[in-house]
Design a protein around this ligand. Structure first.
Ligand code: SF4
Length: 491
């Protein structure tokens, strides 16, 4: 194409595009770079796929046909020298110049009352067991938080572990709830649910601060008790179910903040059908948030379990007529972001959020802190567990290690794009480096033989399409009429 001065401008195809089937038999052409979705039919899809094979696209100024014009306008065809990743990164920081939220995680204790078969706790050095946050730690942590909090920032507090709601941690949990309330913050608790009866009055007292209580239940009793027993081997299923029903019956404010997550692997996925019936019998659909997905490795598996096959089996279970409409109440998650893309585009009819970093661990802002019982501050619990790259110290004195923070923040979309020529890279910015990390890779990372830029997991196109088709089935069979479901394009 030649510009108004007649000079020729070379064009090419935007390489970060994704075709997703839509409910009406057409396709969504999703462009995450310009945050645009183009609704196209099969003929246009073939036209675009053929065009994409051309290295250069020559367009003569006077005779731009409608098809090409549409593709130019929606960023499908771009100037040859256009840098898609640079554009998406600059756009993000223009729209998000500073953080709105300060993310804090308290690792309450490295101890746990459970002995789950797939938990990274199994490799926690016995020397770390018993390391629990003391009240002195927490008061220093809030001193640090107050230093970092701007007046217009929100405070988001995660309680994790080991197990955060151990009976021995009661005073510390109460202290955190109270201090968070003073700062108008919100608390998210990831618990195994076994002591919820003991904590229920306290949580109810602070129900205005509690945003979410995530409980793990790994399926029906015979499966759950085998996978998530107490230290010593006793089953935990009955007690957890009892506690969930206690919160549902006795605490009207808390019940809306409950979520039950279910982790499956090849040994338990075939029991999901029975488990979905069990949830129905308990009357939990529509009352509590429900999520289900394959187990993660986090350096705990020699060879990472075949996550994709497990997920495909899960999808097949939901294709069953009796389970399909349960998708209204239960979210399926492959853990790397593929299902999320399909859910947002097909079910929620909006555009996925594109961020130039995977999670708060790699946030470019100074707004994410994990307080470990060892008195140091990290960016993620996996760093804390391996005492690697602390970004500061908070107990007994406060110090900051900016070089370590800069090192961690290098794992971002721009640097990943220089290393990986992957069209789906912007959809999850390389994913969580630990989720599929094998035991060997974890050791190589600990021994500095690889960096977190070397460990990536991109969203999976087949999984996006498979999940999209499942959601289309749900829309057609469970949502009544599916007319004109538009998707609002980005700016
Ligand atoms: S790096 Fe992975 S494990 Fe760590 S906070 Fe991010 S998503 Fe979670």
């Amino acid at each position: 194409m030649s510009d108004e001065l007649g000079a020729s401008i070379r064009y090419r195809f935007n390489k970060y595009l994704l075709f997703v089937p839509d409910y009406d038999g057409n396709w969504l052409l999703y462009n995450p770079i310009h945050q645009q979705v183009l609704k196209i039919d099969d003929e246009m899809k073939i036209f675009i796929e053929n065009l994409a094979k051309q290295k250069n696209i020559n367009i003569s100024l006077g005779r731009v046909d409608n098809k090409i014009n549409k593709l130019l306008k929606t960023g499908v065809i771009i100037r040859y020298d256009f840098d898609e990743i640079e554009y998406v990164v600059n756009k993000y920081y223009k729209e998000h110049p500073s953080p709105y939220t300060l993310y804090v995680e308290f690792i309450m204790s490295w101890s746990c009352n459970f002995a789950c078969i797939y938990c990274y706790e199994n490799r926690i050095k016995k020397s770390m067991w018993g390391n629990t946050l003391k009240l002195g730690h927490i008061s220093k942590a809030f001193e640090f938080i107050d230093k970092k909090m701007d007046s217009d920032m929100k405070l988001s507090v995660d309680l994790t572990g080991g197990e955060p709601l151990l009976i021995s941690s009661f005073p510390q949990v109460q202290y955190i709830l109270n201090e968070t309330k003073k700062r108008d913050g919100k608390v998210y608790i990831s618990t195994n649910g076994y002591t919820l009866d003991i904590y229920s009055d306290l949580l109810n007292k602070y129900q205005s601060v509690i945003s979410l209580i995530r409980i793990t239940l790994d399926g029906v009793k015979k499966i759950h008790d085998k996978r998530r027993p107490l230290q010593g081997g006793m089953g935990t299923f009955d007690k957890i179910v009892e506690n969930i029903n206690l919160l549902l019956k006795k605490y009207p404010y808390l019940k809306t903040k409950l979520a039950v997550n279910t982790i499956v692997d090849e040994s338990s996925v075939s029991y999901v059908d029975e488990y979905l019936d069990y949830i129905e019998k308990e009357g939990w659909y529509g009352k509590i948030g429900l999520g289900i997905g394959p187990v993660g490795s986090y350096g705990n598996h020699g060879l990472f379990p075949n996550r994709k096959e497990i997920f495909n089996k899960l999808v097949d279970i939901f294709y069953k007529k009796k389970n399909l409409c349960k998708l209204k109440y239960i979210s399926i998650d492959d853990g790397i972001g593929s299902t999320k893309i399909a859910n947002v585009l097909i079910m929620q009819r909006r555009l996925p959020l594109i961020a130039p970093y995977r999670c708060q661990a790699f946030s470019p802002f100074d707004n994410s802190f994990v307080f470990s019982p060892d008195g140091y501050i990290y960016r993620c619990s996996l760093f804390a567990e391996n005492k690697i790259l602390p970004i500061g110290k908070y107990y007994p004195t406060i110090e900051e290690y900016h070089n370590n923070l800069k090192d961690i923040q290098k794992r971002n979309l721009l640097n990943l794009s220089k290393k990986y020529d992957e069209k789906l890279l912007p959809l999850n910015s390389g994913g969580c480096p630990f989720r599929s990390m094998s035991y060997k890779k974890m050791n190589d990372w600990i021994n500095k033989k690889l960096t977190l830029l070397d460990v990536v997991e991109f969203v999976d196109e087949e999984t996006i399409i498979k999940t999209a088709k499942l959601y289309i089935d749900y829309l057609k069979n469970c949502r009544g009429s599916v007319e004109n479901l538009e998707i609002a394009n980005g700016s």
